[in-house]
Design a protein around this ligand. Structure first.
Ligand SMILES: Nc1ncnc2c1ncn2[C@@H]1O[C@H](COP(=O)(O)OP(=O)(O)OP(=O)(O)O)[C@@H](O)[C@H]1O
Ligand SMILES: [Mg+2]
Length: 243
């Protein structure tokens, strides 16, 4: 089996894609596999003195120990918290799918695993006439879906799996993310229900990490407190099937 090339998507925004992606990147890095990360477009970037700051791309880069500059890891950044296509309507510089495909192709030509984090879910408008799913399809990336563990996930996760398959994408697996740490009848039943309903492998339930906040994104490098907390969570997921 060759190196994995994963498109990490979710049932929506804020479901824990970056948290799970950082855990996977840390795992690969700890195995000495020199992972590379890529975030095609990031919205909601804070404006700092050095320009728009992509928090997700920064976290991914730190976790993976990817030495490439942030400008290569995240080519398109926007201040507005909107779909990239819509933020670009206001701010200019719309994501060009060909540039994104070229960048990912170049990364795939190098040895080592590749992890691409989408923005929002699969059908989010990326650029003029394109959606996030086009990145995975054009680059033949296997899709890993992050979904919340609790109530409401059954419908959203099935819809995401269906869309992925309709788009001709291969679903490598689903990770249910315990966003709240609150146990309920649905959190107990959902893992087996997801496997029954989606006919896709459930790689595991990613545990709730108390105290994990957005500040984590700036400090996920190996040895940091955030990396240690993520490292404890890593073992709850069966990553091996990803290669
Ligand atoms: N397992 C977890 N335990 C505790 N907090 C979590 C967990 N997963 C995610 N969070 C928190 O939920 C929030 C959203 O997570 P994250 O940024 O990873 O989502 P996302 O899907 O990448 O969002 P976006 O669509 O903006 O890229 C963050 O504040 C994060 O710290
Ligand atoms: Mg994210």
């Amino acid at each position: 089996m060759g190196d994995p090339a994963i498109f990490l998507t979710g049932t929506g925004t804020g479901v824990g894609k970056t948290v799970v992606a950082c855990a996977l990147a840390l795992r690969w890095a700890a195995q000495g596999r020199r992972p590379r990360v890529y975030k095609p477009a990031e919205s909601g970037c804070e404006l700092k003195s050095e320009g728009l700051y992509p928090a997700d791309a920064t976290a991914l880069k730190a976790a993976a120990g990817d030495g490439r500059p942030l400008s290569e890891i995240c080519q398109y950044r926007y201040a507005l918290p909107m779909a990239p296509a819509h933020a670009a309507e206001e701010e200019g510089n719309p994501p060009e799918i060909e540039k994104i495909v070229d960048a990912i192709s170049e990364l795939r030509s190098r040895p080592g695993p590749l992890l691409v984090e989408g923005a929002g879910g699969l059908l989010v408008p990326l650029g003029p006439g394109t959606r996030m799913s086009d990145v995975a399809r054009r680059c033949r990336l296997d899709v890993l879906i992050v979904a919340p563990l609790g109530l409401g996930t059954l419908n959203d996760t099935q819809m995401t799996v269906r869309v992925a398959r309709e788009e001709g994408l291969s679903v490598a697996g689903i990770i249910l993310n315990d966003l709240t740490g609150m146990e309920s009848p649905s959190t107990r039943r959902n893992p087996s229900a997801i496997e029954e309903l989606c006919d896709a492998p459930l790689l595991g339930v990613f545990p709730h990490i108390s105290g994990l906040d957005s500040g984590m994104k700036e400090s996920t490098e190996a040895g940091s407190i955030a990396a240690r907390r993520l490292g404890e969570a890593i073992n709850y997921v069966g990553w091996n099937s990803l290669g």
